[in-house]
Design a protein around this ligand. Structure first.
Ligand code: SER
Length: 874
């Protein structure tokens, strides 16, 4: 069976068992600060397990793209060296949210794996593990399914730490977790390895193919296990592993999905398609890197971008090992797109962008490799003994991305070795630093649990009556808040928009008789809207009826900026190309900020064209249309969905400018494009490799910006006493005049220097019969000193001359030797010595040389060098 057929069979099997097929979510987890990358099929359902989110279904099935290369589940170091580890893989899963539990989950898994109609695997090749104390699961396997006890293994806690077991699965340090049962496939005696729990379990003979987790707890940072609202199921089967089983191969790298890719790697690197693990490493890494970039990650020095950078560099290093002499990694993207582009259209759409980012990153790494080598050479020159210290190996690794084994190779060539243990110590220290500084280590559960649900009325209303459901003060739920208190208020219904999709939360007032709460921000937790504010008058109590009033002016300005952002997005794709993808946005009442993928700075013409296009759509004044529909219909209409956003079954589609812009969006918008008034870009710049940022203003803010610009123009006009028509000519005239004055000053200075030069000749002294002249002339530039040297040579007939002076906080030096003496004295040599005295550099021909320096106090010492130099050479 081909991998694509297995994927389809799995989803179909579970659909037949009443599961809803759900699309893979982005590799960037939506609204989940605890997670670096999507690392399991259950991630997108986390809130369903926790009871924070209700969906239209209680059974789901998916094929989820996953990356495990950082954070809790990190397989990076193993990749390429085992038959089964990947940085990127697809996870097939079935999920129950408080619906079925252990018994059905186990029966479903067994039926899919062993029944003739489905995968038809030989039962005697399957082994099963359960959590040590999970008698219930053990009995289902043995008594109901009939797995013989000798192929059943109970796995306990490692080293006695509670729940630290291969059979107790947790998504991260906090969040949903529970005991699990794992199904293993025995690839046969010819492969090394032992059954799970045995000393040889790390071998490739017994491979875990399917993990069934019985989600029962929510672990908080204090280690306490809180029962979930209802026992649930989360399963995961690696598509690559099950494909290996069904395609009768022992390594994932031999399955259909990898074969084509491996040939492409060999071709790009220019080596034979051999057994080197480096080929596997590269074939694996091109998948994670391409999918991460397609989902919006760009290489950088921290967070997700840093993990991506490390994976790219690891791939490049392995390419080097295989003898690649040029950039090769980006060349493999095409083969990946051919292989997986149908199942994952985002790869196809973004192929050019992925290739460009990978190529740039690879070229940059080639440069840092060179720099690293230079540093290594310098440090080796002062090395005591024959061991390169771990701290240097680490510095090269950390600063220059210089892999340890490359340092070790160079060490070997010089009969040196590297201190691997020292390097590991530094690495460990860095990991700890990274862990403690990680912004991904937030405790999901520090958010207070909020049961209430808020009905959102803000698309139609600015004001509504509402009831106070909950009051939170200092992180705790309270019955009332008093005048002066900062509090968070949860209402049963609200017109306040809660921050999301780049649009900030609304501000405004909650009022009742003798009560006023000023709301400065609104956010969302599950289905509850949190109104953050301060009680400015009276007391508010749970159960109070209040009036909720959004600040309409602020909301209106925000809405205009939001609609302009959509039109700008469409205009960018129209003018720059389809590779433009939204990478982030921020919309408030003052301005809009839009980050997007594009490789170079925008030209002035492009910026003008964008402004013209957006303003044209504003003047067309077409209606902004909103429609709520299902995701497939929305996509069919060409709606742009944003990576990293979580969409429900029903989505809101915003169409503007007669379909010029169609986006999924839950935000607040103008009624007609004409409401935006005017659109003006205020800045354009880069935020990361391949990501640009535009800031712009609309409506009243744009008007203010433009009249401010006019005010500045008026001031410029008054400075040059010009009019709007001639102000540029006048400014040009001022600049021309300045240039001609500068020229005049230069000529005068040269004249003065020449005059001084004639006097200097008399200052020459004799050293061993040679005329030597060393003189200080501050404020004269190098060019004039050169003229002077020529005059002095003529005047003195035969001499060695050094002139120097301070000009613009730097020392300028010029040396000259008359032709008759250049056999014995070289101006270049004299200059080198003199410049070194003032901490600078210099050189030149035997008869004429120039130099400079920075140690102003040593200029006289440098000039004194002239006599010493002549004495030493004669
Ligand atoms: N979440 C579990 C795992 O990743 C089962 O899908 O193994």
């Amino acid at each position: 069976m081909k991998s694509a057929e297995i994927r389809e069979a799995f989803l179909r099997f579970f659909e037949e068992k009443g599961h809803t097929r759900v699309a893979s979510s982005s590799l960037i987890p939506a609204n989940d600060p605890t997670l670096l990358f999507t690392n399991a099929g259950m991630n997108q359902f986390k809130d369903c397990f926790l009871g924070l989110e209700k969906r239209a279904y209680t059974r789901a099935t998916s094929s989820q793209k996953c990356v495990r290369a950082g954070g809790k589940h990190n397989d990076l170091e193993n990749v390429g060296y085992t038959a089964r580890h990947h940085t990127f893989f697809e996870m097939l899963g079935n999920f129950s949210f408080g619906d079925y539990f252990k018994q059905d989950a186990i029966h479903y898994a067994w039926e899919f794996l062993t029944s003739k109609q489905w995968l038809n695997l030989p039962q005697e090749k399957l082994w099963v593990t359960v959590y040590e104390s999970d008698d219930e699961a053990y009995n289902i396997w043995v008594k109901e399914i009939g797995v013989p006890a000798e192929r059943m293994i109970r796995i306990g806690d490692n080293g006695g730490a509670p729940y630290a077991s291969d059979n107790f699965w947790a998504m991260g340090d906090t969040g949903p977790c529970g005991p699990c049962t794992e199904i293993f496939f025995d690839h046969g005696e010819h492969i090394w390895g032992g059954p799970p729990g045995s000393p040889d379990e790390d071998g490739d003979r017994y491979i875990e193919i399917w993990n069934n987790v019985f989600m029962q707890f929510n672990r908080t940072a204090d280690g306490v296990m809180h029962p979930l609202p209802a026992p649930s199921v989360d399963t995961g089967m690696g598509l690559e592993r099950i494909s290996a089983v069904l395609q009768h191969v022992n390594s994932n790298y031999e399955i259909d999905l990898f074969q084509h890719l491996l040939s492409a790697v060999a071709a790009a690197v220019g080596c034979e398609n051999n057994d080197s693990p480096s080929l596997n490493v590269i074939a694996d890494h091109i998948r994670s890197c391409s999918f991460l970039i397609a989902d919006g990650v760009v290489p950088s020095n921290d967070g997700r971008g840093y993990v991506l950078r490390r994976i790219i560099r690891r791939a490049c290093r392995h390419g080097n090992k295989l003898g690649a002499s040029d950039s090769f990694f980006y060349k493999i993207v095409a083969a990946l797109v051919e292989q997986m582009g149908d199942a994952f259209p985002e790869l196809k759409q973004q192929q050019a962008q992925i290739e460009r980012i990978l190529k740039t990153e690879e070229e940059q790494f080639a440069k840092t490799l060179e720099q690293g080598l230079r540093i290594l050479e310098q440090d080796l020159a002062h090395l005591d003994g024959s061991v390169i210290p771990g701290s240097l190996v680490f510095k090269l690794y950390d600063t220059f991305g210089f892999p340890m084994d490359l340092t070790a190779d160079i060490a070997r060539e010089r009969e040196l070795s590297v201190d691997e243990e020292g390097f590991e110590r530094e690495m460990q220290a860095q990991r700890e630093r990274a862990r403690s500084a990680s912004s991904f280590a937030l405790d999901y559960n520090t958010l207070i649990k909020i049961d209430g649900e808020t009905e959102f009325l803000g698309y139609q209303e600015h004001q509504s009556a509402a009831k106070v459901l909950m009051i939170i003060k200092d992180g705790a739920s309270v019955e009332s808040a008093l005048e002066g208190d900062n509090a968070v208020i949860v209402l049963d219904r609200t017109p306040f928009y809660a921050e999301s999709g780049g649009q900030v939360g609304d501000c405004g007032y909650l009022t009742a008789e003798n009560l006023c709460i000023e709301i400065t921000d609104t956010s969302k937790n599950g289905h509850a809207f949190l109104h953050h504010g301060c009680v400015t008058q009276g007391t508010v109590q749970v159960g109070d009826s209040i009036s909720a009033q959004v600040d309409a002016k602020v909301r209106h300005a925000t809405a205009l900026n939001h609609s302009a952002t959509h039109i700008l997005h469409a205009a960018l794709r129209d003018i720059l190309g389809e590779h433009v993808q939204q990478k982030g946005s921020l919309v408030d009442s003052q301005r809009l900020r839009f980050d997007f993928s594009h490789f170079e700075a925008l030209t002035a013409q492009q910026i003008k064209a964008l402004e013209a296009r957006v303003n044209q759509e504003i003047r067309n004044n077409t209606a902004v249309c909103t429609e709520v529909t299902d995701i497939e219909t929305a996509k069919a209409k060409g709606a742009m969905a944003l990576f990293g956003e979580k969409y429900g079954d029903q989505v809101r589609v915003l169409s503007m400018a007669d379909g010029f812009s169609v986006e999924l969006c839950g935000g607040i918008h103008a009624e007609r494009t004409g409401d935006i008034g005017v659109f003006k870009i205020t800045s354009e710049g880069g935020v990361a490799a391949g990501v640009r940022r535009i800031e712009a203003v609309t409506g009243e803010a744009a008007w203010n910006w433009l009249s401010g610009a006019e005010e500045q123009l008026k001031q410029a006009m008054s400075l040059v006493k010009g009019t709007r028509e001639n102000v540029l000519d006048k400014l040009q005239a001022v600049l021309d005049q300045q240039r001609s004055l500068e020229k005049e000053i230069e000529q005068l200075k040269a004249k003065a220097a020449r005059a001084a030069g004639s006097d200097l000749a008399s200052a020459a002294v004799e050293v061993n019969g040679v005329k030597v002249l060393a003189a200080r002339l501050d404020g004269v530039d190098g060019k004039d000193l050169l003229v002077l040297i020529d005059q002095l040579k003529n005047k003195l007939g035969s001499a060695v001359i050094l002139l120097g002076g301070v000009q613009d906080e730097r020392i300028v030096l010029v040396a000259g030797v008359t032709k008759d003496l250049t056999g014995q004295f070289k101006a270049g040599d004299l200059m080198k010595q003199a410049a070194a005295v003032v901490g600078g550099k210099g050189g030149g021909r035997p008869d004429m040389a120039q130099g400079s320096g920075v140690e102003l106090a040593k200029l006289d010492d440098a000039l004194a060098m002239t006599a010493e130099y002549v004495a030493s050479k004669s």
